[in-house]
Design a protein around this ligand. Structure first.
Ligand SMILES: NC(=O)c1ccc[n+]([C@@H]2O[C@H](COP(=O)([O-])OP(=O)(O)OC[C@H]3O[C@@H](n4cnc5c(N)ncnc54)[C@H](O)[C@@H]3O)[C@@H](O)[C@H]2O)c1
Ligand SMILES: Nc1ncnc2c1ncn2[C@@H]1O[C@H](COP(=O)(O)OP(=O)(O)OP(=O)(O)O)[C@@H](O)[C@H]1O
Length: 272
């Protein structure tokens, strides 16, 4: 099996662990490559996840949620990913450090994989990018409200004023959408979660919408706004921008290590 090791590079410990994990995998007969940024820290030649000819059977990410989101985003083509928690929360990292070597040394092909829905976001027919957690539209000017009109398959579902709007996936339902009052969604369900951010109305409810639908978000106000994908990619939206969001044809692929989603909700999110 060919394994690509990715690590956050802002801390020494994950880089050292990436090295020892790589050695352990080699001893177990696997081929090991390192992603460019960690490879350069270790003095190796690395591989780029975004290269069109990148290939691996598995990507092991040492880091937190940001590192997993980053790795999935960089991939030119989705391959199975598993995170080893070296972050604060690590909700998307299914392996804790103490169990990582034990689990990874016993892996064999074919791997058990869980597809995770992603979003595909377009503006004026042009693809802006994909998101595993969410697309957020927020005002560029703090404490100013935006006005949105939202449509599902062309049918208007509402027009409201708010600080912003989150359009998330089940994977993202435990992230920003949760903080904004959205439901926790089992990632085995495929759906969009639409949650307004601080809507200016007496009552507002989040929506759970079929993944087969096409969602349109229209900025009615002409105030400056930004689109942020997974907290990592930012776009300035022009006046009265219209975004179309669909289910991406390429889901992220998470290695299934048998960790219960609801167990993680209890262990990692109850006492944040
Ligand atoms: N108020 C909020 O809750 C809020 C605000 C901004 C961004 N975010 C989230 O941060 C994500 C980016 O993560 P980052 O680590 O690069 O940024 P970050 O460093 O700002 O941390 C965001 C926090 O959200 C957690 N998180 C991220 N994805 C998660 C998921 N799917 N389930 C549960 N927890 C999750 C991370 O562990 C981290 O503690 C964005 O996609 C967004 O969902 C949350
Ligand atoms: N290989 C990398 N190269 C450069 N920056 C990286 C790399 N991996 C991660 N980062 C950045 O390092 C920072 C910390 O990463 P990460 O989100 O994984 O840890 P955390 O915030 O401690 O954990 P969590 O998100 O689980 O709470 C983030 O800003 C992330 O984008």
């Amino acid at each position: 099996m060919k394994v690509c090791v990715v690590s956050r590079v802002d801390l020494k410990e994950p880089i050292e662990n990436a090295q020892s994990l790589g050695w352990m995998l080699l001893e177990n007969g696997h081929e090991v490559v390192y992603e460019d940024s960690v490879a350069s820290e270790l003095g190796y030649e690395g591989v780029s996840l975004s290269s069109p000819d990148f290939s691996a059977d598995l990507i092991v990410v040492l880091g937190g949620d940001g590192s997993v989101l980053r790795a999935v985003r960089m991939l030119s083509r989705q391959v199975p990913v598993v995170g080893v928690n070296q972050g604060r929360v690590g909700f998307l990292t299914d392996l804790e450090r103490e169990h990582a070597c034990g689990v990874l040394s016993t892996l064999e092909l074919p791997l058990a994989v869980e597809p995770r829905m992603r979003l595909s976001i377009e503006q004026d027919g042009k693809l802006l990018g994909s998101a595993l957690n969410e697309a957020v539209v927020v005002t560029s000017r703090p404490a100013k409200m935006l006005q949105f009109a939202t449509f599902v398959d062309g049918n208007k579902i509402g027009e409201f004023r708010a600080d912003g709007l989150i359009l998330g996936t089940p994977t993202g339902s435990t992230a920003y959408a949760m903080s904004a009052g959205g439901p926790i969604v089992d990632p085995l369900i495929e759906a969009f979660v639409l949650v307004p951010l601080a809507p200016y109305m007496l009552s507002s409810r989040p929506y759970l919408i079929s993944s087969q639908s096409e969602i349109t978000v229209q900025l009615v106000s002409s105030k400056p706004a930004q689109l942020v994908l997974d907290g990592q990619m930012q776009f300035d939206l022009g006046e009265e921008a219209t975004l179309v969001v669909r289910k991406s044809l390429e889901p992220a692929l998470f290695l299934n290590v048998g960790r219960s989603f609801f167990g993680k909700v209890e262990q990692k999110l109850r006492l944040l």
